[in-house]
Design a protein around this ligand. Structure first.
Ligand SMILES: [Zn+2]
Length: 234
């Protein structure tokens, strides 16, 4: 039984849905694109909450009282790196491009989390922090991700100081360094007690598989774009 089809509805927008982040386009246009995307994938915006990444380590437990926050306006969106809920049929939504949207699900205790994991978050322990935030004695946590930038494309001239904790995951090639985000995430999940068979990391690379990509926008001089990733317990 695939838990991600029967217990948690999880998905993401595509390049064709357009930029879905209020920061990079007229707010009315983004709101109407979001409306179309929600209708296409069957999301009820009145039962949803969205956050924008802080690149820190803060998380919040959200309830039905938070419904609608950050959905059609950026004024009331959460600015942090993790949303946790116990509500069923309640969408946790995150805008990303290249960063990892990590969904954590504890079936026995009916807890769902949406976590923003950028390279900085991999360096500062956000994955473990999120798991510890939802874990109780009998937890069996499942993890899945959206497409994100992989070692094929995540190129650095040198290892940045703020990513030194990840130095074992930089692969030196052609005079540059490529960050293996996938291995770093996989190892951090396992170190935090998630079983290997419960981890489903997307094989897609946001940069070369045609998803909104911050790196690709910079390289090709294209406008910035973000996709939405959503998850809800059924
Ligand atoms: Zn790639």
């Amino acid at each position: 039984m695939n838990i991600w089809e029967n217990k948690v509805n999880f998905g993401y927008s595509s390049l064709a849905d357009g930029n879905l982040d209020f920061r990079f386009d007229d707010k009315e246009i983004v709101a109407s694109r979001r409306k179309e995307f929600f209708a296409r994938v069957g999301i009820d915006p009145a039962k949803s909450v969205a956050m924008i990444a802080e690149h820190a380590n803060n998380m919040a437990l959200v309830t039905a009282g938070d419904a609608g926050k950050g959905i059609f306006s950026s004024d009331d969106q959460y600015f942090l790196d993790g949303l946790i809920t116990r509500e069923k049929n309640f969408n946790l939504i995150l805008a990303v491009a290249d960063c990892i949207a990590l969904v954590l699900y504890d079936e026995a205790n009916e807890v769902l989390a949406m976590v923003h994991v950028g390279s900085k978050n991999l360096a500062i322990g956000t994955v473990d922090k999120a798991i510890q935030a939802i874990k109780i004695n009998n937890s069996e946590i499942h993890a899945a991700t959206s497409p994100f930038i992989k070692k094929c494309c995540y190129r650095f001239e040198t290892i940045p100081k703020h990513l030194e904790a990840l130095k074992d995951y930089f692969i030196e090639k052609d005079g540059a360094y490529f960050l293996d985000t996938e291995s770093a995430l996989q190892n951090q999940l396992i170190e935090s007690g998630v079983k290997e068979e419960n981890i489903e990391i997307s094989r897609l690379c946001s940069m070369h598989d045609n998803f909104p990509s911050h790196r690709n926008s910079k390289k090709m001089n294209l406008p910035e774009s973000r996709m939405l990733v959503y998850a809800r317990m059924l």
